[in-house]
Write a protein that binds this ligand. Structure first.
Ligand SMILES: [Zn+2]
Length: 308
């Protein structure tokens, strides 16, 4: 009997010693931008999967049953917030029946809480009017300073869930912060000669980007965020593009090019398809490469149209 106990105790001790380090935290994000930022901070202590792809309109991601399975197994869910995902994410979260990632739970992170949000409506604005930006502009990740704030929030959230790895996440964040500062200097220098350039964009995806890099967005192909172009609005926009001598119309990869191209033909402005998200084109494979790609595309076109 005594030897049996001894063996049992020994076996239990072996199990304890052989126990591997804590399993990787399973992080699910609503977009590829957030997935890239999570990877920067989480390194090999986490696994990351994005639900929406960068080539899809983040307001309108088609809900698939496989997303529910991903969410059911997740330890952390990171969302853009500001109602960007309101049309598709809340039912998936509910159906996952995963208490860890319900809004308000420790495993749910709304990335928008401390970033700089532009275009916050004053007065009564409801989605009934068709505007898909009722809580301010949700495309805030296109300002690298906001990307830094989101990365910091992810660092804190991961550290809260895995206190033993706090130093690891802090070190990864510090390294990301430094690389982002260096890259941003490069991006700003490339854009410096085009400060104040007027552009038109299809959707209101770019106010934070424009503010950070000194562009002036004077109009939109959509009459309101989420509302398709109308003839009347397009006619007015063509007049405005001519009057203000706008040279570039930016279009997100998931919009129809017909209206932008007709505006381009009527005004001589160049139509540029520019991804607002990681994964929007294969080259924009992470947060840094997204800006590398977009700044390169913009500056090479601006150089051509301005001669500067
Ligand atoms: Zn939007």
């Amino acid at each position: 009997m005594r030897s049996f106990i001894r063996i049992t105790v020994l076996a239990a001790a072996t199990v304890l010693i052989a126990r591997p380090a804590a399993a990787q935290l399973k992080v699910v994000t609503s977009t590829e931008d957030l997935a890239s930022l999570a990877r920067e901070v989480g390194g090999d202590k986490i696994t990351v999967e994005a639900i929406g792809k960068g080539y899809q309109d983040p307001h309108f991601v088609e809900a698939k049953p496989s997303f529910i399975l991903k969410l059911a197994k997740a330890d952390v869910l990171i969302a853009v917030g500001r109602e960007l995902e309101i049309g598709w994410l809340p039912p998936l979260i509910t159906q996952s029946r995963n208490s860890k990632i319900q809004p308000g739970s420790a495993g749910y992170l709304d990335a928008s809480l401390n970033v700089r949000i532009l275009e916050i409506p004053t007065g009564q604005i409801t989605r009934a009017m068709g505007d898909v930006h009722p809580l301010g502009n949700p495309h805030y990740w296109l300002d690298p300073d906001n990307g830094r704030i989101v990365a910091k929030e992810i660092r804190d959230k991961l550290g809260e869930l895995r206190p033993n790895d706090r130093a690891y996440f802090a070190q990864r964040y510090a390294d990301f912060d430094k690389r982002l500062a260096d890259a941003d200097k490069r991006w700003k220098a490339a854009m410096a000669s085009y400060r104040g350039m007027k552009i038109v964009t299809y959707h209101r995806s770019w106010p934070n980007f424009a503010e950070h890099f000194g562009l002036d967005v004077i109009g939109y192909v959509e009459p309101k965020p989420g509302i398709p172009p109308s003839t009347q609005h397009t006619i007015e926009l063509i007049d405005e593009v001519k009057r203000q001598q706008v040279k570039i119309i930016l279009v997100e990869p998931y919009f129809d090019l017909k209206t932008p191209q007709s505006i381009g033909r009527a005004t001589g402005a160049e139509v540029l398809v520019m991804p607002p998200s990681v994964g929007g084109v294969p080259e924009a494979s992470d947060y840094f490469k997204l800006f590398d790609y977009d700044i390169n595309l913009l500056t090479s076109t601006l150089k051509k149209v301005t001669g500067k």
